[in-house]
Ligand binder design. Structure first.
Ligand code: SF4
Length: 312
């Protein structure tokens, strides 16, 4: 057994999706893992597979139900993709790399992860972590994907490709990290050329987020209902929320000011002044609908403002 797999036996991360070979569950875990930290995704994974143990069950529950379960995880486009895949695969999931790759929203990394873990197929997973490890191992800043692939295919353990890919993921997450790699405890240290100066290989630069200054006017009905609506487009499509207005085009009254919130997406930071206005008109009643964190913050600030105003 290679040094990496030996190390992984003792040091692997304990994730619930590691207990299954079911391609549907692995697909769900892989889509969730594209979000942020793996540990944060565990409750989402558990909720989703419990509600939808098969693609058919997901379709029967409906897209809005999935979006509700996904609430707070961000990247809602991925939830919509997952639902689309469930619709397409109700009669069975593919069992080979090419057919997985042909599905919408499935890239080489996800297809390789599913095929190697669920079907023990010899396909390497190559993401930012694996690229960094390979560049450091060979002591060279590789730029071409084909070169990463050539090396990754040489390294992979042909008898246990799924374990090998997962071991590399854990190594990138916990040992060969972007900053402060722990070379002293690394199972690949012996043959690693870049360990003398690992930080000079493939460490991604931080992208500066763009600050967006906007306003939001929330209409409150007499009974405290809100003018919430289902978003028809954009990255929060099919989620429920409020409309944002460019600050230069908005003019709201000072007495309607509820407060300011800031919210960060991957490459954008929002600075939002929230206003509210009372109306006697009938408004849409927000039931138990899926809302992104940003809209939950807006709703909470308006409801707190309303309670304060009614008590004063
Ligand atoms: S020895 Fe250091 S640089 Fe090389 S793979 Fe291990 S952690 Fe990364």
């Amino acid at each position: 057994m290679s040094a990496l797999l030996e190390w992984w036996k003792e040091n692997q991360d304990d994730f619930p999706w590691r207990e299954t070979k079911d391609p549907w569950k692995i697909l769900i875990s892989e889509i969730l893992l594209q979000q942020t930290q793996a540990k944060r995704m565990i409750p989402y994974y558990q909720r989703i597979i419990e509600a939808s143990p098969t693609p058919k069950a997901m379709v029967e529950n409906g897209e809005e139900y999935l979006l509700k379960l996904w609430e707070g995880a961000g990247y809602y486009r991925r939830a919509r993709y997952l639902f689309k895949l469930a619709e397409m695969c109700q009669n069975g999931l593919p069992d080979n790399y090419e057919d997985w790759l042909a599905l919408p929203g499935i890239g080489p990394y996800t297809a390789a992860a599913i095929c190697s873990i669920a079907f023990n197929l010899n396909v390497s997973c190559i993401d930012g972590n694996v690229k960094r490890i390979i560049s450091r191992l060979v002591g060279h800043n590789i730029t071409k994907f084909s070169e990463f692939k050539r090396i990754a295919d040489q390294l992979i353990d042909k008898a246990r490709p799924g374990d090998w890919n997962q071991a590399l993921m854990d190594l990138g997450r916990n040992v060969c990290k972007p900053a402060n790699p722990n070379c002293d405890d690394c199972p690949l240290s012996e043959g690693c050329i870049g360990k003398q100066d690992p930080m000079s290989f493939s460490t991604p630069k931080k992208v500066k987020s763009k600050l967006m200054k906007v306003d939001c006017l929330v209409i409150l009905g007499k009974d405290g209902t809100l003018n919430i609506r289902r978003k028809a487009s954009g990255h929060l499509q099919n989620m429920w929320g409020f409309e944002l207005t460019d600050r230069n085009e908005a003019s709201f009254k000072e007495e309607e000011y509820c407060g300011n919130i800031s919210h960060a997406f991957t490459h954008r930071k929002w600075d939002i002044d929230v206003y509210a206005k009372k109306t006697a008109k009938m408004l849409i009643v927000p039931g138990d609908v899926p809302m992104a964190k940003l809209d939950q913050k807006i709703r909470d600030i308006v409801l707190a403002w309303d309670v304060k105003r009614n008590n004063s």
